[in-house]
Ligand binder design. Structure first.
Ligand code: TRP
Length: 328
């Protein structure tokens, strides 16, 4: 079947993926492969904008690659590669920076947020983060970029840079990428309040063992008004119930919905049931991941192969760019 065009997305190597990443980006990555030619990039250079200690960078890159492959990214058809393996992106980044007004970068909400979070590390690379992201997208002649709400301003920015570039240099070599809005469910962490994330240590990693997972699930915050086992609970405001709705069979969801409200089951029972269902759901993923992890050379070959295929596209684009710019 003919595919609808090329999708590109980048994922930061922040370590092992958690349930929030899985239900947001990763499952979407897997599904898009059915309709599009996909290019997925582990953006290690982007990671350098905020990571000062790179001790774990290489390992984190492998971990996320394992997660993507175990979740169903198919490297025979999809290009899966590491950003720094195709250095052309940094060349294009520099060229695109010439058509990027500085004020546009410093006005972006994502930039302001990063400055607030880390006022002592406002480096030049951080300001240029969206330019590098634009370079990623256009280097691979991307038609469509799946974006959640937080990345939408970056994509709008990328489209403007492409228009400025093509206009200034009287060319059409760069493709203005379309934005494909993806509605990511907001997955809350164990605290039941904040978005699941590594920085808050409120996450459940996909690759955790069943025992670790059960232990983490036991730490989940439930309806705070339910103080005693005999108090009725309110599943509507309970994060454990939200997760049951995602991972448990309908019969368990219905049971919890009824029994929690009349204190027929306690929070511990409810969590143990969720942990069992979650572990069951993740079993095939974990088996595949363990198998892949046992063959590190195969993983490296897969990423090298992805880089070779990505680089072939990148070099062609750069030739066109150099011609358009009359670079001798
Ligand atoms: N900025 C994205 C993020 O923080 C990662 C990213 C880098 C990306 N390059 C990209 C996403 C290109 C989409 C397209 O998650």
């Amino acid at each position: 079947m003919a595919k609808k065009g090329r999708v590109f997305s980048g994922i930061r190597p922040t370590g092992r993926a958690h349930l929030g990443n899985y239900l947001g980006a990763i499952q979407n990555y897997v599904a898009l492969q059915d309709d599009y030619e996909c290019v997925y990039c582990i953006v290690d250079i982007h990671a350098l904008t905020t990571v000062e200690d790179t001790e774990n960078l290489r390992q984190n890159t492998y971990e996320i690659a394992l997660d993507l492959l175990a979740a169903g990214v198919r490297p025979a058809e999809t290009i899966l590669f590491v950003q720094s393996h195709v250095p052309e992106v940094m060349e294009l980044h520099t060229i695109l920076s010439m058509v990027t007004p500085l004020g546009k970068l410093t006005d972006l909400p994502t930039f302001k947020e990063k400055v607030r979070q880390n006022p002592d590390n406002v480096n030049y690379g951080l300001v240029g983060y969206p330019v590098l992201m634009t370079a990623d997208i256009v280097l691979y002649k991307t038609d469509v970029v799946p974006v959640g709400i937080d990345q939408a301003p970056h994509l709008e920015f990328a489209r403007e840079v492409v228009r400025s570039f093509n206009y200034r240099y009287h060319t059409k070599v760069l493709i203005e990428p379309q934005m494909k809005n993806t509605i990511y469910p907001k997955i809350l962490g164990l605290d039941g309040k904040e978005k699941m994330g590594k920085s808050l240590n409120n996450q459940i990693e996909l690759a955790a063992t069943p025992e670790e997972t059960t232990k983490r699930v036991r730490e989940m915050v439930t309806d705070p008004a339910r103080m005693k086992r005999t108090d009725p609970g309110n599943p509507d405001i309970c994060n454990v119930f939200t997760m049951h709705k995602i991972f448990s069979p309908q019969s368990d969801v219905d049971m919890v919905n009824v029994e929690c409200r009349r204190a027929g089951i306690g929070c511990v029972d409810c969590k143990m049931l969720y942990a069992r269902n979650l572990n069951h759901h993740l079993e095939p993923f974990r088996a595949k991941r363990a198998e892949l992890a046992s063959k590190p050379d195969l993983l490296k070959d897969t990423l090298n192969d992805g880089a070779n295929r990505a680089r072939a596209i990148a070099q062609k684009t750069m030739e066109e760019v150099r011609t358009a710019l009359q670079l001798p």
